[in-house]
Design a protein around this ligand. Structure first.
Ligand code: DX5
Ligand code: ZN
Length: 293
């Protein structure tokens, strides 16, 4: 699969910057199996940002493992000499920074001409207005909520910028992507401001690999529920419009369903506003547990 139709539903794009670098194929397959919508690939050059990651040959090697959308974020300067190489490597979306050179307009044209969706990224210090004349050339605006270069940094609140962009974009089919410090706590803030793509590196991979541990899986699966624009489940009710991915969980995944059953409805209700627990309520609903209906 590759990028298909535009939609503003929340999409989670785990960044493989925090994955096990010796096991990219397995890590990509694991996050997709757990419901990742896109795979975010951070390319750094040690010049535009003070860190080095990988170039087109590595990205090409990732491609056969990506069944969803390969979302390539270039933190490099210059960009234009490498556009064709990333197209050949199989990027679906190629994002360049507005700060990476004087000719971002031409860069976005070249990305589209090479057959990819074009993204433009804004560092935290760059105002929304920097893309005002680029919105008809872009398919995605990436709002950095950390200074680019490293995973695991603290979220910088850019909700004002996101709201301004959402207004500027209007009806155009342009995604707003948030990159940096996304967690179940920060995801609802940016989703409410108008973002629809949430990149998450350390929130997905750190403290338990998605491939190996329940903890890793839970973290990834908490994000879309945390960012759900419908907000917390209404008091006294479980949200029964469950997500197919949850219903289709691997048998025995919630090995502690029995433990959950020992929680009283009141105890679960107490946690209702903790967004990362919402999926648990939904999973219980999906399991049609009579006591919880
Ligand atoms: C930062 C990268 C991000 C990063 C996000 O320069 O562009 O994609 O991996 O990582 P977390 O989610 O850990 O902030
Ligand atoms: Zn990124």
């Amino acid at each position: 699969m590759a990028y298909s139709d535009f939609s503003r539903t929340i999409k989670i794009a785990p960044s493989i910057l925090s994955a096990d670098f010796a096991n990219f194929g397995a890590e990509i397959r694991a996050i997709e199996a757990q419901g990742a919508d896109w795979v975010h690939v951070d390319v750094m050059d040690g010049h535009f940002v003070p860190n080095l990651t990988f170039g087109p040959p590595a990205v090409k090697a990732f491609r056969p493992h990506v069944d969803t959308v390969m979302d390539v974020h270039l933190m490099i300067q210059p960009v234009d000499p490498y556009i064709d190489a990333f197209a050949e490597a199989g990027a679906d979306i190629l994002t360049a920074h507005v700060e990476a050179g004087p000719h971002i307009h031409r860069t976005l044209q070249a990305i589209r001409a090479a057959g990819m969706k074009a993204g433009v990224a804004l560092n935290p210090g760059t105002p929304a207005e920097a893309v005002a004349h680029l919105l008809d050339l872009a398919d995605l605006v990436c709002v950095m909520t950390v200074n680019p270069g490293f995973g695991g940094q603290k979220f910088i609140d850019m909700t004002g910028k996101v709201r301004a962009l959402r207004e500027m974009i209007g009806d155009r089919p342009v995604h707003i992507e948030i990159d940096g410090g996304v967690t179940p706590e920060t995801a609802p803030l940016v989703a409410a401001a108008g973002a629809d793509v949430l990149v998450a590196g350390s929130a997905v991979f750190k403290g338990g690999s998605v491939a190996e541990s329940t903890a890793g899986r839970l973290k990834l699966r908490a994000l879309p529920f945390a960012a759900d624009p419908r907000g917390p489940a209404p008091a006294g009710k479980l949200r029964l419009e469950t997500d197919a991915r949850i219903i289709a969980r691997p048998a025995g995944h919630w090995g502690s369903t029995a433990i959950c059953l020992q929680h009283t409805a009141a105890q679960l209700e107490e946690h209702r506003f903790r967004a990362c627990n919402q999926w648990r309520l939904q999973e219980l609903a999906a399991a049609e547990i009579p006591a919880m209906r």
